[in-house]
Design a protein around this ligand. Structure first.
Ligand SMILES: NC(=O)c1ccc[n+]([C@@H]2O[C@H](COP(=O)([O-])OP(=O)(O)OC[C@H]3O[C@@H](n4cnc5c(N)ncnc54)[C@H](OP(=O)(O)O)[C@@H]3O)[C@@H](O)[C@H]2O)c1
Length: 179
């Protein structure tokens, strides 16, 4: 019996590590099976579309949806990203064997600017914390709640306190992975 497809949400999928993760999950044997569904999130629609093209070039079947959202905006996360995830999961019923959220989007921003001006510009500091911390929690909670009804498996990758991608893994009702 072929493995059930996955539902994968990757933030910051428009470049760098997030883009590599989108391609790698699809193309590396034993990871997301053919026919999996991806929701790729970042601000740049054009760059997200390039990631989609690269995934298509692999020749492996996948349903790839793109969502432009500013993840330093908590309203965008709760009113746009979480509802889209919930919608896609609800529409699919129980077809997915795994739901995976890759919390990858992040930025250290302009550190000197932050040190020089943070006191005078609380919005900059707030936006930094929203993107790197509060937004990640909001998105993770949303994914957990959305996945509850349709899948009992969720893997969340978070940056650790040094903001290194993928260095912290949380497994919800999953066996230890083999990769
Ligand atoms: N590369 C490294 O050596 C390194 C080392 C330690 C940690 N990290 C961490 O690893 C993660 C990925 O790094 P990377 O090197 O792949 O960086 P990158 O190429 O700059 O990618 C960052 C991704 O995050 C997205 N992003 C940034 N701000 C966003 C926002 N406000 N809303 C939505 N998406 C946003 C960007 O997309 P848009 O610009 O299109 O929105 C992009 O897709 C980051 O969290 C970074 O801090 C990287």
């Amino acid at each position: 019996m072929s493995p059930k497809p996955w539902f994968v949400v990757i933030t910051g999928a428009s470049s760098g590590f997030g883009r590599a993760m989108a391609r790698g999950l699809l193309t590396r044997a034993g990871l997301a099976p053919a026919g999996s569904t991806f929701l790729l999130v970042a601000r740049s629609t054009e760059q997200l579309a390039q990631t989609k093209t690269l995934m298509e070039e692999s020749g492996i079947e996948a349903n790839v949806s793109l969502l432009s959202a500013d993840l330093s905006d908590l309203g965008a996360i709760s009113q746009k990203v979480v509802p889209r995830m919930a919608e896609m999961l609800a529409a699919a019923g129980d077809v997915f064997g795994r739901v995976m959220l890759v919390n990858n989007a992040g930025s250290l921003g302009n550190i000197s600017d932050r040190i020089d001006k943070a006191g005078a510009c609380p919005d900059t500091l707030q936006s930094y914390f929203n993107l790197n911390l509060t937004g990640v929690i909001t998105l993770t909670c949303g994914a957990l709640l959305s996945a509850e009804a349709s899948a009992d498996k969720l893997l969340v990758l978070l940056r650790d306190s040094k903001f290194e991608s993928g260095s912290h893994h949380d497994y919800y009702d999953l066996p230890e992975p083999t990769f």
